[in-house]
Design a protein around this ligand. Structure first.
Ligand SMILES: Nc1ccn([C@@H]2O[C@H](COP(=O)(O)OP(=O)(O)OP(=O)(O)O)[C@@H](O)[C@H]2O)c(=O)n1
Ligand SMILES: Nc1nc2c(ncn2[C@@H]2O[C@H](COP(=O)(O)OP(=O)(O)O)[C@@H](O)[C@H]2O)c(=O)[nH]1
Ligand SMILES: [Mg+2]
Length: 194
């Protein structure tokens, strides 16, 4: 089961909505061949499938709230196991959203080697999400839901960073810079892992 993935490197990618997690993950995949697992994308795929569970998820996500912990964790775990034979490492994007999610992940799957903290100002995140909303088709890229996602980020997710900081695995990435400059900092953090 989870034994299959115990030797792979696990990297948590945490930051506010629109901070640039997905953008950096794409570049990490291209350079290092890591497996990218966006918890939000997994949930959106379930919604797109039209399943009963997807309908429940959609309602929660539209409000900018967190879906039940076990739902996301099971999806992540199944996907990790499915890719275990080919994966050099895993980028867990948008997870953990709260300290409890991190604790459960470690119980069921394993410990992260690194947490990339993608940091941008609230103002920057809102601007980026409003812009992304013009083309993303995402039901949660609207002004009202963006505000709720931000509030929840500061309340529930920032404590995750403090929690892992105590373990010395957090690397803070300033994502106010242009994408390639941000990536240069990311590369240093990942190269330290080897
Ligand atoms: N571990 C997670 C990840 C996502 N979600 C739900 O899925 C939504 C979208 O998640 P995600 O795509 O990760 O959103 P953001 O980080 O806000 O935006 P982005 O795509 O820009 O990363 C969240 O608002 C939340 O409702 C969740 O409940 N639990
Ligand atoms: N200027 C600038 N824009 C960025 C950067 N990273 C992401 N963006 C833009 O911000 C938006 C949100 O980025 P995304 O990667 O989806 O963020 P996520 O919500 O953290 O996954 C996208 O439309 C990107 O084009 C960056 O480093 N600099
Ligand atoms: Mg994303």
């Amino acid at each position: 089961m989870a034994d299959k993935i115990k030797d792979a490197k696990i990297v948590f990618v945490v930051g506010g909505p629109g901070s640039g997690k997905g953008t950096q993950c794409e570049k990490i995949v291209a350079k290092y061949g890591y497996t990218h697992l966006s918890s939000g994308d997994l949930l959106r795929a379930e919604v797109a499938s039209g399943s009963e569970r997807g309908k429940q998820l959609q309602a929660i996500m539209q409000k900018g709230e967190l879906v039940p912990l076990d739902t996301v964790l099971d999806m992540i775990k199944d996907t990790m196991i499915a890719k275990a034979d080919v994966s050099k490492g895993y980028l867990i994007d948008g997870y953990p959203r709260e300290v409890k999610q991190g604790e459960e992940f470690e119980k069921k799957i394993g410990a992260p080697a690194l947490l990339l903290y993608v940091d941008a100002k609230a103002e920057t995140m809102v601007q980026r999400l409003m812009k992304r909303g013009e083309t993303s088709g995402r039901a949660d890229d609207n002004e009202e839901t963006i505000k709720k996602r931000l509030d929840l980020y500061y309340k529930a997710t920032e404590p995750v960073i403090a929690y892992y900081e105590k373990r010395g695995i957090v690397r803070k990435i300033n994502s106010e810079l242009p994408v390639d400059e941000v990536f240069a900092i990311v590369v240093k953090a990942i190269d330290e892992l080897k």
